[in-house]
Design a protein around this ligand. Sequence first.
Ligand code: XIL
Length: 372
Amino acid sequence: MKKIILTPLLLTVMLLASCSGDEKGLKDTFEGDFLIGTSMNMPQITGRDTMAQPFIVKHFNSVTAENCMKWERINPEPGRYEFTLADSMVAFALRNNITVIGHVLVWHAQTPDWVFQDSLGNPLSRDALLERLKDHIFTVVGRYKGKVKGWDVVNEAVDEDGSLRQTKWLQIIGEDYIEMAFRYANEADPDAELYYNDYNNEERAKRAGVIPIIRNLQAKGIRVDGVGIQGHWHLDSPDMEIIDESIGEYAALGMKVMITELEINVLPTPSWLYGAEISRIAEYRDSLNPYVAGLPNSVEAQLTDRYAELFRILLKHDDAVTRVTFWGLHDGYSWKNGWPIPGRTNYPLLFDRDYNLKPAFHAVIDEAEKFK
Ligand code: XIL
């Protein structure tokens, strides 16, 4: 047998082939089913990570800003807007026929305190806060009119028990802050899709709070096009039946359904930290970070099976499900390395830290092919 000598050049070629090889892009495999998205962060948008953009173009046909469109980033001070990063992301996407999702207009987190105060630091009145909200939505949505396919208009307005979350939006404006946000977004871009987005809203208790919000908007003739289920999930939770049932229920309301921030945490995590309330954090302990040297095969297999099972359900609902967006381009970029416990090594996505395709990637592709 002829011996192959591994020269540095050959090694580089092999590495590139394993990363961006001849396999079909993820998005092409799901063509006709739903869009496949990823979040984008700063090194990816600026191109500092030179592999990121070609990789995104190959595998994804939708992008969401991980942070750069959030209030604290895009409108950090009264009257000051920082559009540079968001503009670059939108330009990159449009150049490459990738749809852009706007994230996020109204949220309790990553929103500066000044938003709720007057220039003396006193709480704003209802009218003044509504005026500020309208101005923000008109400015941001207006800038990307015709470029952003859909907006997460309101994020995480409901608590675990289904009640409205106690936020400054609710306290100052009242329950109709949600309606008002949807009205303003519709006025600012009548052609963009408008979504309600949340975590744990597949769970029955929270769903029981989200459904009346959608029904109320519909009853008042206020446009809402879809529900985003964030999908910050775990190896052992939630049950697949719950995901299945929730997609069915939202679809029955006439909603498009999207999984908007998908990842599957593989690390031991106390269940009170399940979900995605970003203000909750716990202290680092080595016992909670067991796979620094690599993911054991047995856990990798669990992750692979869980992704396969999940995509089986999503494909079954492909009439209702319009998009599945992963929260992070590869394992190294996932926010789950830093939250809810800082400094861990997590493996929640389909691509590893060197952009290699993981077994979960192949499992998801297999599901799509079985389904065709
Ligand atoms: C996260 C980002 O991934 C982090 O980089 C940031 O530090 C905190 O927010 N729900 C959402 C997302 O809607 O915007 C959050 O993203 C995760 C929870």
